[in-house]
Design a protein around this ligand. Structure first.
Ligand SMILES: Cc1cc2nc3c(=O)[nH]c(=O)nc-3n(C[C@H](O)[C@H](O)[C@H](O)COP(=O)(O)OP(=O)(O)OC[C@H]3O[C@@H](n4cnc5c(N)ncnc54)[C@H](O)[C@@H]3O)c2cc1C
Length: 382
């Protein structure tokens, strides 16, 4: 049997993607006062402005509010926005994974209702997968749905739900209640719902992160009624659907560009004539970035061909998070300082922010160990 190989074909950006880069840079310059913070900033006005430009749902069919542009154009737009620290959070999940999942598994009614609103920057989604005892082990979810007249009754809880307190909907992952029968297939009964977060019975409580910010939440669902039309895909097909959603989540360039401003600050600190050791350390980081970018562009090429590069995405996420976790370590070695979140000096503030942010990179969207398991399977090793 031939050894399974990963595919990372070199990619040349087409002229329309190169042209778009200038347009995106002009837009960023116009909104400069909002840049430089982090993609985790949540700003609905900025998302609406991006929606007007046609930069959300860029590759989706026009009939559902999309713009039928190439994966390369989307790549260039996101790359520029991330490098500038644009506030993308209000539309990022909808654009990256909820919208594509609705387009793949949703009903005609769902596609027409949700996708144009996401593409306009009007409707915000969050991810309702993890629970107190079910993160990596997503199949161990305890949230249960029961079929009732006209819909479903849902009970359970979710944890680490980013931006739930500011979102309109969540794609909720749960299981159908088994009526006391023993579970034979751990993925059996898994089901996804498009959950309106204003539904009675939903309580959203804050979880404060290491930076002292309210980003995460805990969600409690008590007898929450979800009407039939908000079932996503088929009852019991949730495992297949959530796997596809996670592949969308892992394939974006945000896995290695979150700390780009930190890297830029390090280059500024090094000045025009750095000593050999500083030049070598920065050169290593920048060459890694160039390689990751080449790999990530290659994934955009595969998406453009309609392929599902799940294994390649897992590798880029694993290498990308490793690279991002190295940045603050190298920064502290090259330019030691007392980190201070609220400092006026951008480097001093960014080193505090990036040091406290770094642990999360190899946890969110699938931990390092889980990704390596996926990679090993892709290589035929398990
Ligand atoms: C910044 C951030 C944002 C997040 N946003 C969201 C969100 O919006 N929505 C959402 O649903 N979730 C979100 N999460 C949760 C995230 O998906 C989970 O934290 C992650 O899947 C790990 O689950 P856990 O925390 O339960 O850890 P566990 O699964 O308990 O893992 C603990 C440790 O054990 C290791 N481990 C677990 N199983 C195995 C195994 N089989 N083999 C080897 N090692 C293993 C893990 O790698 C990890 O090191 C977010 C997390 C972070 C950090």
């Amino acid at each position: 049997m031939a050894t399974p190989m990963f595919r990372f074909d070199p990619v040349e950006l087409p002229p329309e993607a190169i042209a778009l880069r200038h347009e995106v840079r002009d837009f960023i310059a116009e909104h400069q006062h909002l840049m430089g913070l982090a993609r985790s900033e949540f700003n609905r006005d900025f998302s609406r402005a991006m929606g007007k430009k046609g930069w959300i749902g860029m590759t989706w069919p026009k009939q559902y509010g999309g713009h039928e542009r190439s994966a390369f154009e989307r790549y260039v737009m996101i790359e520029e926005m991330l490098a500038a620290g644009a506030p993308l959070s209000a539309h990022y999940i909808g654009d990256r994974q909820s919208g594509p999942n609705i387009l793949r598994f949703g009903t005609e009614e769902q596609k027409q209702f949700f996708c144009p609103k996401i593409a306009a920057g009007e409707l915000t989604f969050c991810i309702g997968m993890s629970e107190p005892n079910s993160g990596s082990d997503l199949a161990g979810t305890r949230t249960r749905a029961v079929k009732v007249d006209g819909g479903y009754r849902i009970n359970g809880s979710k944890l680490w739900t980013s931006n739930a307190h500011r979102s309109d909907y969540a794609i909720l992952f749960c299981k159908m209640a088994s009526d006391g029968k023993e579970e034979v297939d751990r993925h059996g009964g898994a089901t996804q719902f498009l959950l309106d977060l204003k539904t009675p019975g939903i309580e959203i409580r804050p979880v404060i992160n290491l930076l002292g910010e309210h980003h995460f939440n805990e969600i409690f669902l008590t007898d929450v009624f979800v009407p039939d039309w908000l079932l996503l895909g088929k009852e019991g097909n949730g495992w297949n659907q959530v796997t596809s959603e996670l592949a969308f989540e892992r394939s974006a360039p945000d896995r290695f560009l979150v700390l780009f401003q930190m890297l830029r600050e390090m280059v500024r600190m090094a000045g025009p004539d750095p000593d050999k050791a500083t030049a070598a350390a920065l050169g290593k980081l920048i060459s890694h970035l160039a390689t990751l970018r080449g790999m990530s562009l290659s994934i955009a090429g595969m998406l453009q061909e309609g392929l599902s590069p799940n294994n390649e995405s897992a590798i880029v996420k694993d290498l990308g998070t490793r690279y991002e976790q190295d940045i603050p370590v190298v920064a502290r070695q090259l330019f030691p300082t007392e980190p201070e979140l609220e400092a006026i000096d951008a480097y001093v503030s960014l080193i505090a922010r990036s040091t406290m942010n770094a642990p999360r990179f190899s946890i969110q969207g699938g931990t390092r160990e889980i990704l390596r398991g996926i990679i090993a399977r892709g290589l035929g090793l398990r």
